[in-house]
Write a protein that binds this ligand. Structure first.
Ligand code: SAM
Length: 241
């Protein structure tokens, strides 16, 4: 998979070089290219040269803050988006980014992330690329507001990349985890079996695989009901949505 990121803070993405994501890049499972939006900000909206390389302007209709310009983003994305590529625009006003969406996006050949700042990117950018036939996804990391799309893009890239076959050393670990089947994962334990007066649940030391599997399933249901009842189906029969 090829990932392109456009941002006014390209240095933010040095984190893509570390850990498993760094290894995946080295193994060429993931190719990540980070671009500075300002390289496309050499002209003003009136077409005259802009030595300051501004990427924003005041909002039509008035109001606080600045809006990122469609002309600058258009030049950037015309260069960066490849045929068949998916354009992801992180936004607190987007649809929720979920594990199911991460799995879907892990199939894409190219994803371009457009990282907004200020009051966000001129709404015509998403409209234009959708009309041009690209899949455009405005996605939210959660119901809170960040300063920019960079943190959201890094989180999404990590969630997507770890679902690419070959990324994880142990493929089973992405099957048996929270949100893979609509439930939260059971609580994890390891050695020592006794720690500060807290004991590991006895069933996990029994060696009885059937009982362990049953206990884990019960824990999944109980945790999900307690922490995320929204994830459970209405009939509450253990079948997650
Ligand atoms: N004025 C926008 C609004 O109220 O919807 C918020 C703009 S926010 C200060 C600047 C940028 O941060 C956004 O364009 C987006 O790229 C990013 N951002 C902020 N919160 C986010 C979230 N929850 N999920 C994804 N991106 C977010």
């Amino acid at each position: 998979m090829r990932i392109d990121v456009v941002s006014i803070f390209p240095e933010f993405f040095s984190v893509l070089d570390v850990s498993l994501l760094g290894k995946a890049r080295q193994a060429e499972l993931v190719q990540a290219h980070v671009h500075d939006l300002r390289q496309w900000a050499d002209v003003k909206p009136d077409g005259t040269p802009d030595v300051h390389r501004a990427v924003d302007d005041s909002p039509f209709g008035g109001g606080a803050g600045m809006v990122m310009r469609a002309d600058v983003w258009g030049r950037a994305l015309d260069d960066v988006l490849q045929p068949g590529g998916v354009l992801v625009i992180p936004s607190p006003a987007g649809s929720p980014f979920t594990q199911a969406l991460a799995a879907d996006l892990a199939q894409a050949e190219q994803i371009a992330f457009a990282c907004g700042r200020y009051e966000g990117i001129d709404a015509r950018v998403a409209e234009h690329y959708e009309a041009a036939g690209f899949r455009v996804a405005e996605l939210s990391l959660g119901d809170y507001v960040l300063n920019g799309g960079e943190v959201a893009a890094v989180a999404m890239i990590e969630a997507i990349a770890r679902l690419i076959p070959g990324f994880m050393g142990n493929a089973a670990s992405v099957v048996e985890e929270s949100h893979a089947d609509g439930l939260l994962e059971y609580p994890p334990y390891t050695r020592p079996a006794s720690w500060r007066g807290l004991e590991v649940p006895r069933v996990l030391l029994s060696g009885h695989h059937g009982m362990i599997a049953r206990w884990r399933r019960e824990q999944q249901m109980a945790r999900t009901r307690l922490r995320r009842p929204d994830l459970l189906a209405d009939d509450d029969d253990g079948v997650a949505q």
